[in-house]
Design a protein around this ligand. Structure first.
Ligand SMILES: [Zn+2]
Length: 410
């Protein structure tokens, strides 16, 4: 089993530390918020009661006296704990890594998937120093290159597949078999940073590893030598294209801005389109053209890392807010960071849902109204009128609070 003891206590644990009323029926009550839970088709005011690590009950009114602690969420949005399927949190080893907790659990993300920061040689450290110690629940996609993303920085712009011999399916398979509780798939980055036309060979090696362990393959697209249709031809149901709304060459649109027929065909056979905003991989222009043609992303992830955490990405909530501006409803946006993310990685029922019996992960947001300037990866700006601001997070029944939301201990 995954060890998830909480050594670093950067958030307000004291909120959850007091006990009273041994007879209380519930440990925690999130009171009066608008619960947006696409897994139940719910978008209405509900109280949410939690017992231990599980969601116990959703109802229109649950008496405060039945709970040991109450989070007052009146006027706020309550969602399942968000799932960000593309982050980089191998802080200290991959130069793009950032600390998980201030950027994930403090921002409403209870579950984050590190997408390829580690390869077979560097994964043991990701497990030992990050996954086992963070308060955020962290899973990983294993980079097909044994060095993961340890080589790449702005000062040393050389990717992990410049040397094709670093793509080692045998070692990837062994590492995944030994860590199936936390590794959920294989990651490959197809960039111009791959020697010559070796990208499809490298993709074939990643395919071999993913097939052997029967897990999804996440493919980073953008700037590769081979055109996207050749890449898509090697992808199967359950695989994931990340950076799907990128601008420039190698994306999902043709020169006239039309969604490639191969992209529609891939979606139809179950290949999953993920956002992975990142520093260079999200374009408002591409998003607007794609959405106008009726193609929506399956999941919305941030690809938050060292080189975008101070803008333009900031966090998953900001990425979701950009999609509110683009015309998705609040329910559609939350679905893409909860239900759809959970389905993509087989978290069925346990995560990304507030159904009774599910893991007690929830997030409380303020849906702010006003004028908010949003910037994409190319520097293009749009003014949105709604912004999701994270206020408090609950993971496994424990509050990771915020001073701005009243918590009552009864
Ligand atoms: Zn990434």
């Amino acid at each position: 089993m995954k060890s998830s003891h909480s050594r670093r206590q950067f958030l307000a644990y004291s909120l959850a530390s007091q006990t009273a009323g041994a007879a209380a029926k519930y440990d925690l009550l999130i009171r009066g918020g608008r619960v947006v839970d696409p897994s139940q088709g719910l978008s209405t005011e509900r109280d949410v009661a939690i017992s231990g690590r599980r969601i116990a009950l959703l109802a229109e009114r649950i008496p405060e006296s039945e709970a040991r602690q109450v989070v007052d969420a009146r006027g706020k949005i309550v969602t399942p704990g968000l799932i960000d399927i593309h982050v980089h949190v191998y802080d200290g080893v991959a130069p793009l890594g950032i600390p998980a907790d201030p950027n994930c659990i403090a921002k409403g993300v209870t579950t984050a998937i590190d997408a390829g920061s580690a390869g077979a040689h560097t994964f043991p450290g990701l497990r030992k120093f990050i996954i086992n110690l963070a308060d955020t629940r962290i899973y990983a996609l294993l980079n097909i290159s044994v060095v993961g993303q340890s080589t790449l920085s702005t000062d040393n712009p050389w990717g992990e597949l410049l040397e094709l011999r670093y793509a080692n399916p045998k070692l990837a398979i062994r590492t995944i078999e030994q860590n199936r509780d936390v590794i959920l798939g294989v990651k490959i980055r197809l960039t111009r940073n791959i020697a010559g036309d070796h990208d499809l060979k490298a993709l074939g090696l990643a395919r071999e590893a993913a097939d052997a362990v029967r897990l999804p393959l996440m493919v980073h697209i953008g700037g590769s030598y081979s055109p996207l249709p050749a890449i898509l031809a090697m992808m199967k149901k359950g695989d994931i294209i990340t950076h799907s709304f990128r601008g420039g060459d190698g994306g999902i649109l043709d020169a006239k801005g039309r969604v490639l027929p191969e992209v529609r065909a891939a979606i139809a056979r179950g290949v999953h389109m993920d956002i992975g905003h990142g520093a260079g991989s999200f374009s408002f222009d591409t998003a607007e053209k794609t959405l106008r043609q009726g193609v929506l992303p399956g999941t919305i992830s941030s690809d938050v890392h060292q080189f975008n955490v101070n803008g333009p990405v900031f966090d998953l909530a900001t990425t979701l807010s950009k999609f509110l501006h683009l015309g998705l409803t609040l329910e559609q946006v939350i679905e893409r960071a909860t239900t759809n993310a959970a389905n993509a990685f087989g978290f069925a029922g346990g995560l990304g849902s507030l159904k009774p019996g599910a893991e007690a992960d929830a997030a409380v947001f303020d849906l702010q109204e006003g004028n908010f300037e949003f910037t994409d990866s190319l520097g293009a700006k749009r003014t949105g009128h709604q912004k999701l601001a994270p206020l408090a997070t609950v993971k496994g029944g424990k509050i990771y609070g915020s001073a701005s939301i009243p918590v009552v201990t009864l």
